[in-house]
Design a protein around this ligand. Sequence first.
Ligand SMILES: [Zn+2]
Length: 449
Amino acid sequence: MTIKLYNTLTRKKEVIKPISGDSVSMYVCGPTVYGHPHIGNARAAIVPDILYRLLRSKYGSVKYIRNITDVDDKIIKASKEEGISIDKITSKYTKVYNDNMADLGNLKPTHEPKVTDTISKIISTIEKIIKNGNAYVIDSHVLFDTDSFNNYGDLSGKKLEEMLDGVRIDNAAYKKSSRDFILWKPSEDNTPGWESPWGKGRPGWHIECTSMIKDILGDDTTLDIHGGGNDLIFPHHENEIAQGSCISREKYCNHWFHNGIVLVDKRKMSKSLGNVILLNQLFKNNDKATIRVALLSAHYRQPLNWTSRTLDNALNLVNKIRGSINPEINSDEQVQTEIKEILSDDINTPLAFKYLSDLTKSAKKNVKDSAILLQSCSFLGLDFQTQLKRMEPSKLLTVKIENLIQKRNELRNTGRYEEADAIRKELIAIGVTLKDNNGQTEWELDPNS
Ligand SMILES: [Zn+2]
């Protein structure tokens, strides 16, 4: 299996080739923890989770790093609004985020660094950037000098004027160029801050991700894959490349991938429109596998337009799968699956779901396809096996009886009456009475059986 993934940097689909053979590294920008995660946060975690599953199935070692941003203006604001300390806010919402992501079937990353645990590395990284002549200190701020980095703009493909437009709101007087960005800024009295060579302060957002990557991989190691939402391409990831390239002898990152935005009825989610869909609201009335299918239903590079039908469509597929899995299959037996091949072509989840839907037809008829269906779902993080095991015995029996009845009807329809009769006898043996009525089969279970 070769894993192909669209690379934002080269603007084409490319085969992933890790720099060190059988081990691969991936970093994904994680959440800023000050509130309940919404469906956009969930998509930005589920897409890399599918890629992580593919990488794990191919390579001996995978470093999957997803950070927690636990110091930020928004966190400080939320702390004031909720009247609770910054520490309490960040630990509360880190837990909520991690629980929600696990509930949605995501695997835990191998590394989950926090900004507040990485401050000394952030400071030494900034010192190195200054020493190399790529940043300047002014008014207790440290700013990255974008003119000093020739490849600035390569990732986003933006021209100088467009970049200036994008940052015009932040046109502070102390900047040499308005596209220069903050590496370190002073902290006001009662906001979080750390002692540094530039006074008490805290890091800018962009330098946090670069420092966390370098802290884990080392300054002179190229990251294989970097992901995030496509709203992060500029300026966040552009800035990461500039900082990371200036402190290293090696390329910052080989492969960049970005997922599209989640829209609600074709509109951007925003507090002012009141259309932000939070996971904790969705969890009240929907099962988690259905939400996961809904969030993977569009190709990851496309926007996902969430409408009233999105969850219904996902539920239809989930029900179809649940109804066709034979609860008695031995899922320990490893069967060949095509699912990895489908997903390895730029994480093609819409095609993966079409494959699962087609597979439900044959899964009802034979145990092997049922096992393939179950294992394919499991590969996608949809764990129906555990759900089936947790089902009450009566529900499990119902699924078994209905599967047998369906099989019997199919045999009868194709004239294979002897085999159909064998199934009828099997049903009688477990206490089921069948009534064939106008092509419909009704059944009853003897309560004493
Ligand atoms: Zn980041």
